[in-house]
Design a protein around this ligand. Structure first.
Ligand code: CMP
Length: 147
């Protein structure tokens, strides 16, 4: 097991319902550390780049329009196996299939308005984190950052 970083996005449906603190509490209770966080209004260009791997899917335009429909909170999470820990905490993409106690089961409205995003691999995490954060904006939990 290794310390990893992953990109989290608290999506417009959750922001509009003021759920940032509730989701951050769930993250903290899963032993993940929020080592960078900012509230942004994603541009259409940023959303197009972020979801480029889905550009041929029928829901792509709807997804991009949703992600720019209100501010979002982008975060870097750090912890032991952070990528899989956060994906387990989020639950299935479709809240109807998500396990009890997961963020999407508790908060998500639908497969599109599903409250949170988390990177699905180490490669994706690196690319996604770099899209929203410079190295200087990320102060991790490793010893040199804490002392
Ligand atoms: P996310 O983890 O951000 O990654 C891709 C997103 O596409 C996913 O969460 C969903 O919000 C969205 N998505 C996946 N399938 C569908 C669908 N069938 N209809 C609408 N949105 C979808």
């Amino acid at each position: 097991m290794a310390i990893e970083r992953t990109l989290s996005i608290i999506k417009p449906d959750a922001i509009k319902r003021n759920l940032t603190n509730a989701i951050n509490t769930a993250i903290a209770n899963s032993d993940l550390h929020i080592i960078a966080q900012k509230r942004i209004r994603m541009t259409k260009e940023q959303a197009n780049i972020f979801y480029d791997s889905h550009k041929d899917r029928p829901f792509f335009d709807e997804l991009v329009d949703f992600m720019i429909s209100s501010p979002v909170v982008v975060q870097v999470l750090e912890g032991e196996s952070a990528i899989s820990v956060y994906r387990n905490l989020m639950g299935d993409t479709n809240p109807a299939r998500a396990a009890d106690g997961t963020i999407r089961k508790i908060f998500a409205k639908s497969i599109g308005e599903n409250s949170v995003h988390g990177s699905d691999s180490a490669v994706a995490a690196r690319v996604e984190i770099a899209q929203f954060f410079s190295d200087k904006e990320i102060v991790g939990c490793l010893r040199q950052h804490l002392e």
